[in-house]
Design a protein around this ligand. Sequence first.
Ligand SMILES: N[C@@H](CCC(=O)N[C@@H](CS)C(=O)NCC(=O)O)C(=O)O
Length: 235
Amino acid sequence: MAAAPASSIDLYYWPTPNGWKISIMLEECGLAYRVVPVNIGTGDQFKPDFLAISPNAKMPAIVDPDGPGGQPIPVFESGAILQYLGRKTGMFYPGEERARVEVEQWLFWQMAGLGPMAGQTHHFRIYAPEKIPYAVDRYTNETNRLYGVLDKRLSDREYLAGAYSIADMSAYPWAKLWERQGQDIAQFPNMKRWIDAVGARPAVKRGVAVNAADRGKYDMRDPAVRAVLFGQRAR
Ligand SMILES: N[C@@H](CCC(=O)N[C@@H](CS)C(=O)NCC(=O)O)C(=O)O
């Protein structure tokens, strides 16, 4: 493999929906980057070097060696990374205030709504050792409600903020997993059209394919993996 250029961005990454947001954006922008795998099933997220970059012990994170003032800058939280890369490149994150607010509303809707709720839906539907009907219903219903909001928003525009943007890149990786969230996509035809359109973009395909084989590196049923991912408390 050819060496990455000196200015390439380090992407701390594992192939999950939050990781894909950033691999997609880097591909969309044509930025040079080097993937640093963070195996969250075996605890790489708790290593001191990674915590110095991402104190919340979650990936994704980046280090841009060519940050403001030409100095390196670390960034964690996928929404903040998308905004940073959008500002850095001037791509997929418009500068005009009204257009920017459109993007930000839907970016934050994803960060605070769709992502966390769909994540809990995955947890209680797929990973929880016992199926707790109240929790399964609560999160499946909330995900369904959010899908309704997304579908309505997409009823009169192609993408969440009109033009394709970081808002779409944040929501697509979660929305494409609708089956795991117990949803029937036929109920949301505008959302389905949008999932197909975003998923057909070459950069999105490349972004989702980054280190895809790593997904098989651990088994969520393995008690050691479950202890790492689901047994966390303040350190
Ligand atoms: N709000 C964070 C969430 C990141 C997140 O939840 N990452 C998960 C994988 S999708 C992770 O690193 N999990 C490891 C852990 O929970 O220990 C973001 O959007 O960047």
